[in-house]
Design a protein around this ligand. Structure first.
Ligand code: NDP
Length: 249
């Protein structure tokens, strides 16, 4: 089953216990990829692995906190021990805590920076030696339309983290293309997932809920990831920006 350029590729996905990561794992597995999924909620990861395996796909899962470099290294080691290589790393884990800066939710600023920026960097650090050894690979980072446009008050810190992911991914592309490592950023607008529940400020949470009434399904983003992976090796999709048709920013 599936397309020749995805079948048997080993794809590691962080934040695959829900939302975009979970949908992507299932879609890629249906196209014949061997998926390696990680997130903190091991029970949810186990359920994703069970569903994929039950449908005849190949999947293994690990408990991973992306703010801990050693756990990302263990994830990559797990992938290589089981499947021999890593063709694609999807740095997807992320959190969003919307609040005006004046509320000084400094711990939430720290958490967003740790997961959304440092988590991506630790993912890159973990997988890069393996991809360089293979002389091939593909790093896909989940950015956001909020990395392109800043919405404030409320999104200042989240937008800054996603803006950082954009800059990092472009820098990676420049540094790694000569090593046959492709780099892609996926920048979605509103997607129906648990991400919207990460906002503790009540007024901002109400705003987010309203914004997300037009959200697109997670599968829309999974298809963008699939599109980037299935291109022939001499074609790199640098960025996919996708929004719900009704989203006006
Ligand atoms: P979800 O909340 O459904 O998924 C987020 C995933 O990240 C979960 O699997 C969660 O798993 C994981 N995660 C959070 N913190 C950590 C951590 N410290 N270590 C490991 N995993 C972690 O949201 P989405 O699927 O929507 O989000 C996926 C990505 O897409 C994020 O980077 C998000 O910023 C981005 N995005 C989402 C948009 C949206 O509107 N939904 C729009 C644009 C971009 P667990 O809690 O089990 O660890």
């Amino acid at each position: 089953m599936g397309t020749s350029n995805i079948a048997d590729k080993v794809v590691v996905i962080t934040g695959a216990s829900s939302g975009i990561g979970e949908s992507t794992a299932k879609l890629l597995a249906r196209h014949g990829a061997k998926v390696v999924v990680g997130a903190r909620r091991k029970d949810r990861i186990d359920a994703v692995v069970k569903e994929i395996s039950g449908a005849g796909g190949k999947a293994i899962g690990f408990a991973v906190d992306v703010t801990k470099r050693a756990e990302l290294e263990a994830l990559i080691k797990g992938a290589v021990d089981s499947f021999g290589r890593v063709d694609v790393m999807v740095n997807n884990a992320g959190i969003m805590s919307i609040a005006p800066i004046k509320l000084l939710k400094v711990e939430e600023w720290d958490r967003q920076i740790d997961v959304n920026i440092k988590g991506v960097l630790y993912g890159v650090a973990a997988v890069l030696p393996q991809m360089r050894k293979q002389k091939s690979g593909h790093i896909i980072n989940l950015a956001s339309v909020f990395g392109i446009k800043v919405f404030a008050p409320g999104g200042t810190v989240y937008c800054a983290t996603k803006s950082a992911v954009r800059a990092l991914t472009e820098g990676l592309r420049v540094e790694l293309h000569a090593e046959n490592i492709r780099c892609t950023m996926i920048s979605p607008g509103a997607v129906a997932s648990e991400l919207q529940d990460g906002t503790s400020d009540q007024a901002s949470a109400t705003f987010v809920k309203e914004l997300y009434t037009i959200a697109m399904p997670t599968d829309s983003v999974a298809r963008a990831v699939l599109y980037a992976i299935e291109q022939p090796v001499d074609v790199e999709i640098d960025e996919v920006v996708l929004r719900p048709t009704l989203q006006d920013f």
